[in-house]
Design a protein around this ligand. Structure first.
Ligand code: ITT
Length: 242
């Protein structure tokens, strides 16, 4: 005979199945798809809010991200700001990478780099995550600027960026980009942070349900009420900025 689960067992299953969705605010579809793949590999769900966020003029990606997070009024959301910093151009275009791509583009960069021997460059990424607290995660990949555009995959500066120790551009070897990119490193750190904070959260939730059960509260409403109250208390006591 089929045995029906008890009320408390049902609550337990319900809580375990509820996977939290984190949202990525970005106007760039490519960035979203890269992040989604990394989230999927880490067993996390990613949604997208497809719009631009407020970007101030600042000297570092960190400043841009911190300020932008202030203007975001929701939780469990992240933004990512990235740029390419070219050594011979004293870090240009850096925080202005989007503007430079929209104006002079890769060809303009290659013109600026004509006859330049030192072609070193670094791609940087800063992810800003907002929940009850905010956190930043960084990633970078060193390499050099190619002599001409090569490859058709990827986006933005991918056709002119050759990662260190390789000879193909990111646009020629997109698989390699997915493994070693600046964004991959930063988002992987976020994914690890989310996995550990979510699993310890689920663990506490399970322990609390077990605890509520031993407190002889057999009614479903009481169990949920007790768990919610305890979690709310825990959350508010752990708020702060890293
Ligand atoms: P957001 O809405 O998320 O800000 P965006 O396209 O403006 O999208 P960024 O400001 O982070 O993204 O990027 C600045 C510029 O650098 C932009 O022109 C991108 O195309 C380029 N870029 C960023 N990441 C890149 C990558 O992985 N490969 C090639 N170009 C990249």
């Amino acid at each position: 005979m089929l045995k029906l689960p008890s009320k408390n067992q049902k609550i337990y299953v319900l809580v375990k199945k509820s996977g939290v969705v984190i949202y990525f605010t970005t106007s760039n579809r490519h960035k979203y798809l890269e992040a989604k793949e990394i989230f999927r590999k880490n067993g996390l769900k990613l949604g997208r809010i497809s719009r631009d966020y407020t970007e101030i003029q600042a000297n570092t990606l960190e400043e841009v991200v911190k300020e932008a997070l202030w203007h975001i009024n929701r939780k469990k959301v992240f933004i990512e700001d990235s740029g390419i910093f070219i050594k011979a151009l004293n870090g240009f275009p850096g925080v202005y990478s989007r503007y430079v791509e929209d104006t002079i583009g890769n060809r303009g960069i290659l013109r600026l780099m004509r006859d330049v021997k030192n072609r070193g460059a670094v791609f940087r990424s800063v992810v800003g995550y907002k929940d009850s607290r905010t956190k930043l995660f960084k990633g970078e990949v060193y390499g050099s600027i190619a002599l001409e555009e090569r490859g058709i995959k990827g986006f933005g500066y991918d056709p002119i960026f050759i990662p260190k120790d390789y000879n193909k551009t990111f646009a020629e070897d997109y698989r390699l980009k997915q493994k070693i990119s600046h964004r991959r490193k930063a988002i992987e750190k976020l994914a690890k942070y989310l996995s550990t904070s979510q699993s310890s959260f689920s663990y506490r939730r399970e322990r609390m349900i077990a605890h509520a059960e031993t407190q002889s509260c057999t009614c479903r409403g009481q169990v949920i009420y007790r768990v919610k109250t305890r979690l709310r208390e825990e959350r508010s006591s752990s708020e702060g900025v890293d």
